[in-house]
Unconditional design. Structure first.
Length: 353
């Protein structure tokens, strides 16, 4: 590995020129040169010509590229921020150019699944943990990289771009990765916490998207804060039960990357997952909603995956189960809410035993 002084001069890599990737590139560019990878060469050309992407003005220290090999050879620290559906294929293209000295800190809130031959997510009945991977697990499976972390928390791109006060979490089993992430990202407006529970933090970021869809549906139906408070509190309990079954630590769900992110995305019209629930409640079909969005909302696929994991592990996950029926089995939002209000629960907190 190169010396600290020379590695400090190297650019930082960001893979994925979506909303969040563009904003993270700008955050990093305050102190470092940044290489921003875009899959589409037209996006690279447009950034070069306009210095803008997705409505965000990019710092002059951000250089767009379409060359993963060049990015990996130029950068020791890389932030992959691409949708989970494309994450493994991206890693397979990146992997030949990676070495053990690289550090990867991903910013993707989704899950990767491995299915038996001939099966699809629609046809497979249940999913075990062996078939479901977080993005850090995908990085380790597909590359020689050892030092892996994730960027998680209530990170709404528009607010970060406008420099509103915010916080995030760098999770990694390696304190070196956490310290590096804090050094690269922290500012007066942006607090960066550390957490060693990598898988738990990843799962918290994934599972909260389910509750955010449900919260959007409540708002779309015109219900108020009591209903939302009930949903969020029961949502935390459901997230923890599912997260524990999938290998997460309870503590990971109680901090900024868990409850902090959950409250933010469950209350914000800027959240894509919130918008899906809201539009469903207003009578739009899932297909209509997905077609109208400029980026993937991870929560839709997460509902599919987590429902099938809950079935495999015989977990009680009523919010996920009802959302699955709304999204994929033509249950109405009103019917789902009626079921949830009648669901027999007598214990408020049952995950601290």
């Amino acid at each position: 590995m190169t010396s600290k002084s020379s590695s400090d001069k190297k650019p930082i890599g960001v893979i994925g020129a979506g909303n969040f990737g563009s904003v993270v590139a700008n955050l990093l560019s305050r102190q470092h040169k940044v290489l921003l990878y875009a899959r589409d060469e037209k996006v690279v050309q447009r950034i070069l010509e306009t210095r803008e992407n997705r409505g965000y003005k990019l710092n002059s220290r951000v250089t767009p590229t379409h060359d993963l090999k060049h990015l990996a050879e130029s950068c020791e620290v890389i932030f992959p921020i691409v949708p989970s559906a494309h994450f493994r294929s991206m890693m397979q293209k990146l992997s030949p150019h990676l070495h053990p000295f690289h550090i990867l800190i991903h910013g993707t809130k989704g899950l990767d699944i491995t299915l038996p031959k001939g099966e699809t997510i629609e046809t497979v009945g249940k999913l075990s943990r062996d078939q479901v991977k977080t993005m850090s697990e995908v990085i380790r499976e597909e590359s020689v990289v050892v030092r892996v972390g994730c960027l998680a928390g209530p990170n709404l791109s528009k607010e970060l771009a406008e420099r509103h006060p915010a916080a995030t979490v760098i999770a990694s089993p390696f304190n070196e990765v956490i310290s590096l992430g804090q050094k690269l990202l922290r500012s007066d407006q942006f607090q960066v916490y550390g957490n060693n529970e990598l898988v738990g933090v990843e799962l918290a970021g994934v599972l909260k998207n389910i509750i955010a869809i449900a919260s959007g549906a409540l708002s779309g139906m015109g219900y108020g804060e009591n209903a939302k408070g009930l949903l969020i509190s029961r949502g935390v309990v459901e997230m923890i039960h599912v997260g524990k079954a999938l290998g997460g630590n309870v503590k990971a769900f109680l901090g900024v990357a868990g409850i902090g992110d959950l409250v933010t995305t469950s209350n914000s019209t800027l959240s894509r997952n919130f918008q899906i629930g809201y539009k469903l409640a207003k009578g739009k079909t899932l297909q209509e909603i997905v077609n109208s969005m400029d980026e993937i909302a991870e929560g839709v696929n997460t509902v599919r995956i987590v429902k099938k994991c809950a079935d495999y592990y015989k977990l009680r996950a009523p919010i996920t189960s009802m959302l699955y029926k709304v999204l994929f089995e033509d249950l109405t939002v009103e019917q789902a809410l009626t079921y949830l209000m009648r669901y027999p629960l007598n214990v408020d907190i049952d995950f601290l035993d």
